[in-house]
Design a protein around this ligand. Structure first.
Ligand code: AMP
Length: 214
């Protein structure tokens, strides 16, 4: 039996932060499709070379590429007790792939972190990420103790290339076209839980802990 968590929601709704907290709690790894893709771009792999132009424009990387990448990751031994998906699925084809690898006894937790566009644009344009350990900061709500330096590892904080207002607006549009239909897909299966994405991570985790199966 695996515990599979799916975190749905627009960019900036807190999926990455929630995934990190959940992973500490239930001790299964986070698989963040965006992080895996960025790693491939950084390392100049063939997959990264194909994905780069889509990512920089705030568009989705084609299903074939992402499905193969995630399929390989979830079959690694460290995922035998389950995994937390952050940023996958983002299309119906990706959701169908997950249904295909799901066993009858697996626990399936689907959470939708909901927030409106103005809030997301404000949050994302103030987001900074540690270039070393990946910890996420917010310049106003969650600033580091020392400007530009990660509290945890001392790494340098950077702004993601796609955290500019233009790219954020594009990826919100893409989200509405391609990813929002997934809400109905999981709702129809009776699996969807909705949680506010515009509250603190602590409150979000309190809500999630009350509902989740584990
Ligand atoms: P994220 O870090 O989740 O915001 O993802 C950053 C970018 O990676 C997105 O804007 C997409 O270009 C790409 N990406 C991440 N996950 C997926 C996915 N499941 N399907 C297609 N593209 C993705």
């Amino acid at each position: 039996m695996r515990n599979i968590f799916i975190l749905l929601g627009p960019p900036g709704a807190g999926k990455g932060s929630v995934a990190g907290e959940l992973s500490l709690l239930i001790k299964v790894p986070v698989i963040a499709s965006g992080d895996l893709l960025r790693e491939n771009v950084r390392n100049g792999t063939p997959l990264g070379l194909k994905a780069k132009k889509y990512m920089e424009a705030g568009e989705l990387v084609p299903d074939g590429i992402v499905i193969e990448m995630i399929g390989a990751k979830v079959s690694e031994p460290n995922c035998s007790k389950g995994f937390i998906l952050d940023g996958f699925p983002r299309t119906l084809a990706q959701a169908e792939m997950l249904d295909g690898i799901r066993d009858a006894e697996d626990l399936f937790n689907v959470f939708y972190l909901k927030a409106d566009d103005d809030f997301l644009i404000r949050r994302l344009s103030n987001r900074r990420v540690c270039g070393n350990c990946g910890k996420i900061y917010h310049l106003v709500n969650l600033p580091p103790a020392k400007e530009g330096v990660c509290d945890t590892c001392g790494g340098t904080l950077v702004q993601r290339k796609d955290d500019t207002e233009e790219v954020i607006k594009k990826s919100l549009e893409v989200y509405k076209d391609l990813t929002a239909p997934l809400l109905k897909y999981y709702e129809d299966k009776g699996l969807l839980h909705v949680v506010a994405g515009d509250i603190s991570i602590g409150y979000m985790m309190d809500c999630i802990k009350k509902i989740m199966k584990w």
